[in-house]
Design a protein around this ligand. Structure first.
Ligand SMILES: Cc1cc2nc3c(=O)[nH]c(=O)nc-3n(C[C@H](O)[C@H](O)[C@H](O)COP(=O)(O)OP(=O)(O)OC[C@H]3O[C@@H](n4cnc5c(N)ncnc54)[C@H](O)[C@@H]3O)c2cc1C
Length: 496
């Protein structure tokens, strides 16, 4: 089947009858429910965009000849990588980078997994070819253009203990039974962003946390349709308050929702299982398949789009209230410009230094992408802080559209909310956007998302440190000190 349209996505979501819960109630139809309908519409718009810009967003499927989404492509050249990144950028720009989980994020990972089928074959057992399973699943998702979510982490019960050591070892999702047909899973996993409005979910190993063989029952990778019996998605309260997009420009469109996923003896057929009972494979999955590299490529492209948008908001605010000539204000805007240019440089180097990997994919250089994904969680916090510093009271003096329409106060709002060269109506719309990025529940969730979505940045930085090739730098210093000793004619220390 060729790439989906928005209408096809919404129809499938409506018909799936996934077990989604919010605020103590089952959601009958997410396409109509106030917590999900607007963001589902935005996902639908992304699918439609594939056809509006088909020359940039689609490619010919190697198996069916249909035009499918470019985010699924297994890149063979640097041109493929760049074309794929341009596609990521198109989708990211649609939301100013505020939809972290547009489907391209997971699409890149299943492409990488399928290309690395031999990695999964290391776990083959009982005549089941896990490599073949992942290849078929990738093709199925690509040809049906499905939207996926994923869950990586165990519930936050006691982080000082492994899963098998927990007081209640049945909290985190684990394999409770296996038979000739498949596995049965019970327990809980976190945290499926977009979970309520996707077609399928993948349970992945953690990108970061390592397990021992004692935790084998928790060590698995599999995919399932979101309406699989025994699966529930419990979503957090919505940050889409049902307002119009003038009042709530981000939350009323892009609140992706985050869900707790609960399995109650859910049956997963073998053909959807990729790793079973295997801590060792789980620990190595991301790096050895290069999934983390392709996912990071999407993330960095998305974060560049996000930085462009935040910069645009900051520059517009500076102009709106005539603060652009002040030194510290320029300095703060320049900080964001430097973040943008630095992120672009990371991306450029990653693409220019791309190499074929052992699975035959043109793979970006991971080091600059890894540096960027370690850095951005911290600098994004600064970017929203700059919005707050420059916005000041303007982020609270934000009457709603109804205030502007009111016969008694509307004209007062136009006048008293005016900016340097801008009417009050235009200025407040801009400042409501800034508020929704930096202050609102939606905006704060974005900051938390950027900080944590790829894993705990503290532990990520430790992994970065551990993998970094430190020897050349220590050697340079050693040679420098030795040269100094030589020039000073010193060969040994003698006590006088
Ligand atoms: C908005 C949002 C969306 C998300 N979306 C998804 C998603 O779609 N799919 C998904 O799978 N996950 C998602 N996540 C989860 C994300 O992967 C985790 O938040 C991240 O991996 C950190 O894990 P945690 O939240 O369990 O924090 P914890 O691991 O519980 O950490 C809490 C605190 O304790 C410290 N800590 C805990 N253990 C250790 C340790 N061993 N060593 C040092 N410090 C430690 C941490 O540094 C941190 O400060 C999302 C998270 C957020 C906030």
């Amino acid at each position: 089947m060729p790439a989906r349209t928005g209408e096809q996505y919404l129809k499938a979501l409506k018909e799936a009858k996934n077990r989604i819960y919010i605020d103590g109630q089952r959601v009958e139809d997410p396409t109509e429910h106030p917590a999900f309908k607007n963001v589902a519409r935005s996902v639908a718009d992304l699918y439609d965009l594939q056809y509006e810009k088909s020359e940039k967003m689609l490619y010919t499927s190697p198996t069916t000849g249909d035009l499918v989404g470019l985010s699924f492509i297994a890149p063979k050249t640097k041109e493929d990588l760049i074309a794929r990144r341009e596609m990521f950028t198109e989708w990211a720009r649609y939301s100013g980078g505020m939809m972290g989980r547009s489907p391209d994020y997971i699409n890149t990972s299943i492409m990488a997994f399928a290309s690395a089928a031999e990695f999964f074959q290391q776990g083959n057992r009982d005549g089941i070819d896990f490599g073949e399973n992942i290849v078929k699943y990738y093709e199925y998702v690509r040809e049906n253009d499905l939207a996926l979510t994923h869950t990586l982490i165990h519930p936050q019960v006691n982080r000082a203990k492994a899963q098998h050591e927990q007081n209640d070892p049945h909290v985190s999702a684990r394999i409770v039974k296996k038979d000739g047909d498949g596995i049965y899973v019970s327990g809980c996993r976190l945290l499926a962003t977009l979970g309520g409005i996707t077609d399928e979910c993948i349970v992945y190993p953690s990108t970061l946390n390592k397990a021992t063989t004692n935790d084998d029952p928790y060590c698995m990778a599999f995919a399932f349709a979101n309406n699989t019996p025994g699966v529930k998605f419990v979503c957090r309260e919505s940050f889409d308050y049902g307002k119009n997009q003038w009042d709530h420009p981000m939350g009323a469109q892009f609140d992706e929702s985050d869900a707790i996923v609960i399995f109650e003896n859910a049956f997963i057929p073998w053909e959807r299982v990729f790793i079973v009972h295997n801590a060792d494979l789980c620990n190595r999955t991301y790096r050895e398949t290069n999934a983390v590299v392709h996912m990071s490529h999407q993330v960095v492209a998305k974060n560049i789009a996000k930085t462009e948008f935040v910069l645009g908001v900051i520059l517009s605010m500076m102009e709106a209230v005539g603060i652009e000539q002040f030194q510290h204000v320029k300095e703060k805007a320049a900080e964001v410009m430097i973040i943008l240019e630095t992120m672009r440089s990371h991306l450029y180097r990653a693409e220019q230094d791309a190499k074929m990997d052992r699975y035959g994919n043109m793979t970006p250089d991971f080091l600059p992408l890894d540096a960027a994904r370690n850095w951005y969680p911290k600098v994004y916090q600064r970017m929203v802080e700059i919005i707050r510093i420059l916005g000041a009271s303007g982020l609270m003096a934000i009457p709603t559209h109804k205030d502007f329409e009111d016969s008694e106060i509307g004209l007062l709002m136009h006048r008293y909310m005016q900016g340097a060269n801008i009417d009050g109506y235009e200025r407040v719309q801009l400042y409501r956007l800034a508020w929704d990025i930096a202050i609102s529940a939606f905006g704060n969730r974005q900051a938390l998302y950027e900080y944590y979505f790829f894993g705990d940045p503290i532990r990520m930085s430790n992994v970065f440190y551990d993998h970094y090739d430190k020897a050349p730098y220590k050697q340079q210093v050693k040679e420098f000190l030795e040269r100094a000793k030589r020039r000073a004619g010193i060969t040994s220390v003698t006590l006088s």
